[in-house]
Design a binder for this molecule. Structure first.
Ligand code: DHK
Length: 147
């Protein structure tokens, strides 16, 4: 049985559904996670989902990910643009990392244009709302198949 994929969501993503729906959409994080778990199954993958608002907890979870997962999808929320610690943790991993965003940060405020996560990711899927997560899973499935 191949090891699962881990989906990490960072700060404020637990507020999806009520948080700035004009930017982030109506779906809750539970909706998105349930959709991703089901979609992963159709791709022949198992998916585990985890969310935290705490930078250090995210660093610790990433540090342990290489032993238990074959790939990591991450929407680090605002830590994307600030966290060298999360970038450094991601850089220790030998498994593929894909960065995900609901919105397209490149079209938004200047401070969202920098991504530290991107420096440790194979690629980025952004701007497709909740669909970004499905697309990122499909990208991960293709990456793992090509290895
Ligand atoms: C989510 C956040 O919480 C923001 O801080 C990022 C990202 C964008 C998203 O679009 O998923 O800037």
């Amino acid at each position: 049985m191949p090891s699962p994929i881990l989906l990490v969501n960072g700060p404020n993503l637990n507020m999806l559904g009520s948080r700035e729906p004009e930017i982030y959409g109506q779906a809750t994080l539970a909706d998105i996670e349930a959709d991703c778990v089901a979609h992963a199954q159709t791709l022949g993958l198992a998916l585990e989902c985890w969310q935290s608002n705490v930078e250090g907890e995210i660093v610790t979870r990433i540090q342990g990910a290489g032993k238990h997962y074959q790939g990591l999808l991450i929407n680090a929320g605002a830590y994307t643009h600030t966290s060298i610690a999360i970038m450094d943790a991601l850089l220790t991993l030998k498994i593929p990392v894909i960065e995900v965003h609901l919105s397209n940060p490149a079209r938004r405020e200047e401070f969202r244009h920098i991504s530290y996560v991107a420096k440790a990711a194979t690629g980025i899927v952004a701007g497709f709302g909740a669909q970004s997560y499905r697309l990122a899973l499909e990208a991960m499935a293709a990456l793992l198949r090509s290895r």
